[in-house]
Write a protein that binds this ligand. Structure first.
Ligand SMILES: [Ca+2]
Length: 163
């Protein structure tokens, strides 16, 4: 009983921290266990078998975002070797739509967090600046992914060596 109680207590705590509902947390926990192979942490290699990411051209950027210490609020730079379920939720929360029940101040805070997350995706060397190369790097991959999704449109495929 003790364990069951502490588990639900833990979920309640995570609801407060992340803004996910308890149903969403359970769902994400199943996903986490699937990814980790039932281990308490996830390593980068665990993302190798995610079919949704297989064809995603910015796959490495997305995977990196999960381990970026800045996004995990664990440091000004660097990558974590592994992430816990709570870390996983921290990252997934960046992808949550903004809750309409929030007051203006919370909305601003939430927007700022999301922007920071996006900024970190571009600023791959964590120096707090986005160089033209870093910008082009993500932009090129993004346009590639759009290109694949919208199938063959009239625009030619962008070249990896530049526009
Ligand atoms: Ca940079």
């Amino acid at each position: 009983m003790g364990a069951a109680h502490s588990a639900s207590e833990e979920v309640r705590e995570l609801v407060g921290k992340t803004g996910f509902s308890s149903d969403q947390i359970e769902q994400l926990h199943r996903r986490f266990k699937q990814l980790s192979g039932d281990q308490p942490t996830i390593r980068k290699e665990n993302f190798n078998n995610v079919p949704d990411l297989e064809l995603n051209p910015i796959r490495s950027k997305i995977v990196r975002a999960f381990f970026d210490k800045r996004n995990l609020r664990k440091g000004p730079s660097g990558l974590a070797d592994e992430i816990s379920f709570e870390d996983f939720l921290t990252i997934m929360a960046y992808f949550q739509p903004i809750d309409t029940a929030m007051d203006e101040e919370q909305v601003q805070l939430c927007r700022r967090e999301k922007l920071r997350f996006l900024f970190h995706m571009y600023d791959s060397d964590s120096d707090g600046r986005i160089t033209l190369d870093e910008y082009r790097n993500v932009k090129w991959w993004r346009s590639c992914s759009l290109e694949t999704r919208t199938s063959r449109r009239t625009r030619p495929a962008p070249s990896p060596t530049g526009p």
